[in-house]
Design a protein around this ligand. Structure first.
Ligand SMILES: [Zn+2]
Length: 188
């Protein structure tokens, strides 16, 4: 089976279905395959890695209608992550994963920026949530798309430090820091 880091969001691929071939564009990576756009509509079909083939000269195709408007939006808004850190709250004992955008705490990166050791807890709203794991690299040593419904530190060009983007429905938090999603709650 091909490893998932052979592919990334936005790649053009060839899907082989028996003796039929179709071109597609990757919308989202999952553990055992990817969701791929095969038409100009916004519906992507789950496709296993072993029937996906890389298009080695895909750079010659600069524009496609695959995925329609949805594709253009998703790919420009894509956040690439390389690692994660587990944060824990000393007040309410919640734990959750904060993913790290490209350039944050990234080993070997020239313009590497740190992330805060302590952040506000999205569960109780207290200010005693700390890094309890240190840097954890995602499997495969590459980049991957931020998982859906995940929280992360964003690498903003005008900031010297990662900015926490908490996802979820915790209304006690600043609106600017809450994209629509849910915290991965590990243990309690
Ligand atoms: Zn808390």
């Amino acid at each position: 089976m091909k490893k998932n880091h052979d592919f990334k969001v936005g790649d053009l691929i060839i899907y082989q279905n028996g003796d039929r071939f179709e071109i597609g564009k990757i919308k989202r990576m999952v553990d055992d395959g990817a969701f791929v756009w095969y038409s100009t509509g916004e519906t992507a079909a789950k496709t296993p890695f072993d029937v996906m083939h890389k298009l080695s000269n895909s750079y010659v195709i600069t524009e496609t209608e695959l995925g329609g408007r949805d594709a253009k939006k998703a790919i420009t808004e894509e956040v690439q992550i390389h690692g994660a850190m587990v944060y824990g709250c000393k007040d309410c004992m919640s734990r959750w994963i904060m993913y790290l955008e490209k350039g944050l705490e990234e080993p070997g990166c020239d313009d590497r920026k740190p992330v805060p050791f302590g952040i506000r807890c999205p569960f109780c709203g207290g200010f005693h949530a700390y890094d309890i794991s240190g840097y954890l690299r995602i499997p495969g040593n590459g980049y991957q798309a931020l998982p859906k419904n995940a929280s992360y530190f964003a690498n903003l060009p005008d900031r010297d430090c990662g900015v926490s983007r908490i996802s979820g429905m915790m209304d006690s938090l600043d609106e600017h820091e809450i994209p629509s999603a849910r915290i991965v709650r590990e243990t309690r």
